[in-house]
Design a protein around this ligand. Structure first.
Ligand code: ATP
Length: 385
């Protein structure tokens, strides 16, 4: 695994930023190690110093004191070109140059680094492919001819164009609607499984932090670190009241996003039949077990239809009777997905394995019991601390 990591470690040690003419520093004595190839999220209230902290890494803001190393090199001694090669930067509303085409926007850093024209052209197309925009269609468009989500994607492509090991992202998805935002988050996670950059990501949104972060740093005034840990650890055991406030009331529900269906016991069991079985035999079986629904599986044992016992009397074949399966979940799904599916389906939901085969039912009781257990662990944790 380690050999695929293209990111490098970042270390900030005793970093302070005092803006001219201000009494208190915006960032005070900040020390943090950001591991190579991981996504670290900085969250905290408005004005606490997130942006200032992040911008010191690529020296858009010069620290007043302290040291910053990127991959072991002293960032404060790197010249502008070396910094551009090492650190990409994406911001809210994409920050694209309105009078540049998409291709020209993506070319900015490679151009500054004097790449030859063919290499730049190839790289632009490669980046557009990477972010899922057809180069032939989008290369020559201007930012105003793109949707908000597409602009953000181009912003990310521009930040990645020179293939820097470090990517800084300042509320990059802050200005788009929730659905586009969810898609962009999913794409970033997909990209990251390939790219394995070191990503520092600033957001106000704790749910975004939980979804994207390998680690989350919850910051207070002057960028003081309240807690720096995995999302799991922060949700289970907020270090203090400020962090607890940020985690919010729905902590147990948020934890469901971190648990997978494969981690819980599938207590439910549906009565099953395959499409070629006889409707009459299934009806008898259901009556014998006093159940009203059966799950019909296709030839490959995949959930196919739900059928009610009443529908079986006149049915000639299980292939057409009943209603198609609505939502189902896989062992990879989160318990949060499972809960959503249950709310849509009204009860238990079929779970499928890696080849789509039926392996059991997940029931609402299981999810409720998990929430209860997480609460108890949480309460026990806060009593200890
Ligand atoms: P937000 O979430 O609202 O973007 P933030 O956590 O990113 O906020 P910063 O933008 O880093 O916070 O600002 C930290 C503090 O430094 C704030 O009090 C801000 O007013 C102050 N500040 C930022 N830039 C300057 C500047 N150029 N000159 C003086 N003070 C500044």
């Amino acid at each position: 695994m380690a050999e695929n990591v293209s990111g490098v470690e970042i270390q900030l040690a005793n970093v302070t930023k005092r803006y001219p003419g201000t009494r208190e520093p915006a960032v005070r004595d900040f020390t943090m190690t950001i591991p190579a190839g991981k996504i670290v999220i900085l969250v905290g209230p408005s004005g606490c110093g997130k942006t200032t902290t992040m911008r010191m890494i690529n020296r858009l803001i010069e620290p007043t004191s302290g040291t910053i190393t990127i991959g072991g090199e002293d960032a404060l001694k790197l010249n502008a070109d070396a910094l551009r090669r090492k650190v990409g930067y994406a911001i809210q509303q994409a920050g694209l140059f309105p009078h540049f085409t998409v291709a020209q926007n993506i070319s900015v850093v490679p151009g500054l680094l004097n790449w030859d024209r063919k290499r730049i052209r190839d790289r632009v197309d490669e980046m557009l492919d990477l972010i899922g925009l057809d180069p032939a269609v989008y290369r020559d468009r201007y930012p105003r001819q793109l949707s908000g989500g597409q602009q953000q994607r181009v912003g990310v492509a521009r930040a990645l164009a020179a293939d820097p090991p470090v990517l800084l992202m300042d509320e990059p998805f802050g200005a788009v609607d929730p659905i586009t935002r969810g898609n962009l988050q999913d794409e970033l996670l997909r990209l990251q499984t390939e790219l394995r950059k070191t990503i520092v990501f600033v957001t106000h949104d704790f749910d975004e932090a939980v979804k994207l972060g390998d680690k989350i740093a919850v910051l207070g005034e002057q960028s003081t670190i309240q807690q720096y840990d995995t999302p799991e650890a922060i949700l289970a055991n907020p270090a203090n009241d400020m962090v607890a406030g940020f985690v919010g009331a729905g902590a147990s529900l948020k934890q469901l996003t971190l648990l997978r269906v494969r981690e819980v016991e599938l207590t439910g069991e549906a009565i099953t039949a395959t499409v070629d079985d006889s409707p009459a035999a299934l009806r008898e079986q259901l009556a014998g077990k006093r159940r009203s629904f059966a799950l019909v599986l296709d030839e490959r044992k995949r959930p196919f239809r739900w059928v009610h016992v009443r529908e079986l009397g006149s049915a000639a074949s299980l292939r057409t009777v009943g209603r198609p399966i609505g939502d189902l979940v896989t062992t990879q799904s989160t318990l949060h997905d499972a809960l959503e599916a249950m709310l849509a389906e009204g009860g238990a939901v079929p779970v499928t394995g890696s080849r789509g085969e039926y392996i059991g039912m997940i029931e609402l009781d299981t999810v409720m019991a998990t929430i209860q257990q997480l609460r108890e662990e949480h309460d026990a944790g806060s009593e200890v601390s």
